[in-house]
Design a protein around this ligand. Structure first.
Ligand code: ATP
Ligand code: MG
Length: 497
């Protein structure tokens, strides 16, 4: 994200003059707001964009709250030459204004009344003031507004919390979480996204709302947790998720007309305070896990692998303690089985389940190969290409890239410097180079029409044979050699046309 901090100089956003604040606002958003004001409506920038501005960040979108009802909003925008579409039933009160090729959401002030549903309000109605609209919002830093004159509205004290880097709910935490249990997960996500700490009142208000989590759909929970996982400070949010006990709650998935409970991530709880050998590890297993997640690149697959890479540690049958000596042999394979179960339960596509579990299962092997000169990397890659675990060479190379990044993060997560990862990077590159020379599927053989014609009706069987022989290193992946091998194969197998 871009930083605007230099524009503020030493001042905080609150300390800037209204004109200086406006200078930071997107021109299109300002034009939309001013057009609404000219039609006699009250219009404000609200939510994430005001928070991001106040943090010195460039907002990724600009939401506007307005006093007018949707039909009036559309009229006011069209009168100013702005293309506008009513969001309709799905987006209550929201009009999309399109200006300069950018979409701006313009939403009528709202109030919400919550009821039986764990996330959706029982009723939503239009409110009369921006104050009411801000009061329904989740966290104080998300409940600020900026008007077209650059005046800031901050009834919940968001600016102070922002300066203190504290996430706090608007109003009583337990009540706000009970109204909409998804806010529990949003809280974790914002800690990771904003690099904030949770206010004590927010933490204390979580458990009283846990009974409502069972009413949340897996889809919503998964989306928030996955967003959290790729944030810059994911460790903060994951720590709250686990230590608060939220990870031990279950949400639900509806399939074929039936609800099934889906436990969130109870498997992570046992890592908290789990000791490790001081000789290799500076931290306990949970702190180490969080450090590895944050050290891994912000990509979904490698972050999941980082979160689950040591989940098998401390499990019965894995952990052995003899005096000072603590071992977790086989934690990689036990962890991979646990990862598979978690990710299937989360209804991940099979390809993702396989890739993440593979990374967990093989991370110790990669460390071993990267550290031991005599280890035969070519043999390992050949075997991987032949195992049919990967659909293509591209997939195999991509997975080796993820593995290299996972294991580098694993080293940093042990409290070691970045320079200690150089050997792993070099080994990973070497492994990728080897993989680039070995086909994984028959489509990656460099054959031409002659080979296909030579194999005739035995083409399927013949190509399988050629692929295997190229993979073992017995045959070169070149058109002439493949053609000659095809002729010999055909002769040996003597198929009739
Ligand atoms: P991001 O930068 O991640 O988009 P955001 O603050 O814009 O952050 P959104 O989920 O896009 O987050 O929501 C926009 C605004 O709507 C929030 O800032 C908040 O004021 C309000 N909001 C969204 N979801 C909720 C909720 N579940 N409960 C209360 N207020 C909410
Ligand atoms: Mg947003």
């Amino acid at each position: 994200m871009l930083h605007l901090r230099t524009l503020f100089g030493r001042k905080s956003f609150g300390g800037l003059s209204p004109a200086d604040r406006l200078a930071l606002v997107d021109e299109g958003a300002l034009f939309v707001m001013r057009s609404l004001q000219q039609a006699g409506c009250e219009a404000y920038l609200v939510g994430g964009c005001v928070r991001d501005l106040a943090m010195g960040l460039v907002p990724h979108d600009w939401d506007i709250a307005v006093s007018s009802k949707p039909e009036e909003t559309v009229q006011a925008l069209e009168a100013a030459g702005i293309y506008a579409v009513d969001g309709g039933g799905r987006r209550f009160g929201t009009v999309i204004a399109v200006y300069g090729g950018v979409n701006y959401e313009v939403t009528t002030f709202r109030r919400e009344v919550y009821g039986a549903d764990a996330h959706r309000p029982a009723s939503v109605s239009f409110a009369d003031s921006i104050g009411e609209d801000l009061a329904r919002r989740d966290f104080t830093v998300n409940a600020m507004a900026l008007d077209g004159e650059g005046r800031l509205y901050d009834p919940a004290g968001g600016l102070k919390d922002l300066a203190d880097r504290k996430l706090r709910t608007v109003g009583e935490a337990a009540e706000r979480f009970r109204e909409d249990a998804l806010r529990l997960f949003r809280a974790c996500r914002f800690l990771g996204q904003l690099d904030f700490l949770a206010d004590r009142s927010l933490v204390d208000g979580m458990a009283p709302a846990f009974s409502r989590v069972s009413g949340l759909s897996l889809e919503r929970v998964r989306s928030e947790v996955e967003r959290l996982l790729v944030t810059a400070h994911a460790g903060r949010g994951l720590d709250l998720l686990v230590r608060s006990g939220l990870c031990r709650c279950a949400c639900r998935v509806r399939e074929n007309g039936q609800d099934t409970e889906v436990p969130i991530l109870p498997e992570l709880s046992h890592l908290v305070d789990l000791p490790q050998m001081k000789q290799f590890h500076k931290y306990d297993a949970w702190y180490h896990t969080l450090a590895v997640v944050e050290a891994a690149p912000a990509r979904r697959i490698v972050r999941w692998a980082a979160l689950l890479h040591d989940v098998g540690k401390g499990m019965p049958g894995v952990r052995h303690v003899e005096g000072e000596k603590i071992t977790d042999y086989n934690h990689d394979h036990v962890g991979a089985a646990m990862a598979e179960e978690i990710l299937r339960r989360w209804r991940f596509p099979e390809k993702d389940v396989h890739q993440i579990a593979w990374l967990v299962a093989n991370h110790m092997k990669f460390h071993y190969f990267a550290n031991v000169q005599e280890a035969d990397v070519v043999k390992w890659v050949r075997r991987l290409a032949m195992q049919r675990e990967f659909a293509s060479q591209k997939e195999l190379i991509g997975t080796i890239r993820e593995m290299t990044d996972l294991c580098k993060a694993d080293i940093i997560g042990c409290g070691r410097p970045f320079s200690a990862t150089e050997g792993h990077e070099a080994f990973g590159r070497c492994m990728m180079d080897v993989a680039a020379s070995i086909p994984v599927s028959a489509g990656e053989l460099h054959y031409d029409r002659r080979t296909i014609e030579a194999l005739g009706p035995a083409v399927a069987e013949g190509m399988k044979n050629l692929l295997l022989r190229v993979q073992t290193g017995e045959l070169k992946n070149e058109p002439d050699r493949l053609y000659r091998a095809a002729l010999r194969f055909r002769k040996r197998h003597g198929h009739d046309e």
